[in-house]
Design a protein around this ligand. Structure first.
Ligand code: SAM
Length: 239
């Protein structure tokens, strides 16, 4: 699976993506191509941005330069990859979007904006003609799309075959079944005079499993009432 990054700061990659399980799989189960958007500028000063029409602060990334970079990235693929513009205007990333993206075996292209963002015309054009998605990592603004792209890559690749040692842990983690995961404990049995919940020491797998479901339900209800409401609706409709 090929992941292509279009950025004005190529030196930010692979960065965090070269560590741990993702790093071990890099070059084996997935490949990373980092493309400098500046290489697609057409003037001798290699200009990638200009002042906004209508005035206002900051600079806007030029549509012709971004379009050339996207066309080049797309030419690296035989099949249609996911093309993703990281933007605060996008759909907020969640478990199911990450899973959906990971299902595209061709791979992913990430367009990382900087400054005030990218000229709207090239965004609209690629959404209309190439189904480009817009994804946000939350309701706040960062300086650029590189860290958001890393977040999407890390969470999507966790679903890819072979990257996680243990497939069941993805399926049991928070959000997989609509709930937050149960709390985890390890040795020692007593720490700071606080004991590990007794049921976890019982060796009774059935009891452990029902304790985990029940505590997952309790914490989801108290911490994330929004998730709890959806979970309850789904469970009522399957009964
Ligand atoms: N002027 C834009 C606005 O107010 O919506 C913000 C531009 S931001 C400073 C520059 C770039 O950072 C964006 O084009 C986008 O690629 C990236 N970015 C910033 N916040 C983001 C977020 N929450 N999710 C995804 N990308 C983000």
């Amino acid at each position: 699976m090929l992941v292509t990054i279009l950025t004005l700061f190529p030196e930010m990659f692979p960065g965090a993506l070269s560590h741990s399980l993702l790093g071990k799989a890099l070059g084996k189960l997935w490949d990373l191509k980092v493309v400098n958007i500046r290489d697609f500028a057409t003037d001798k000063h290699r200009t990638v941005d200009d002042t906004p029409y209508g005035g206002g602060a900051g600079m806007v990334m030029k549509p012709d330069v971004v379009d050339n970079a996207l066309k080049y990235a797309l030419s690296l693929y035989n099949d249609m990859p996911e093309i993703i513009y990281m933007t605060p205007h996008g759909k907020i990333l969640n478990h199911s979007t990450a899973k959906e993206i990971s299902a595209n075996r061709a791979g992913m292209i990430f367009l990382c904006g900087r400054y005030e963002g990218i000229d709207q015309r090239v965004i609209d054009y690629w959404k209309l003609n190439y189904n480009m998605r817009e994804i946000s990592i939350g309701d706040y603004v960062l300086f650029g799309g590189e860290i958001p792209a890393m977040v999407v890559i890390e969470t999507s690749l966790r679903f890819s075959a072979g990257i996680m040692n243990n497939k069941t842990s993805v399926e049991e983690e928070s959000f997989a079944n609509g709930l937050l995961e149960y709390p985890q404990y390890t040795r020692p049995t007593f720490w700071n005079n606080i004991a590990v919940p007794e049921v976890l020491l019982s060796g009774n797998h059935k009891e452990i499993s029902s304790w985990r479901i029940s505590i997952s339900e309790q914490i989801t209800q108290s911490i994330r009432p929004d998730l709890w409401q959806i979970y309850q609706k789904q469970h009522k409709s399957t009964k």
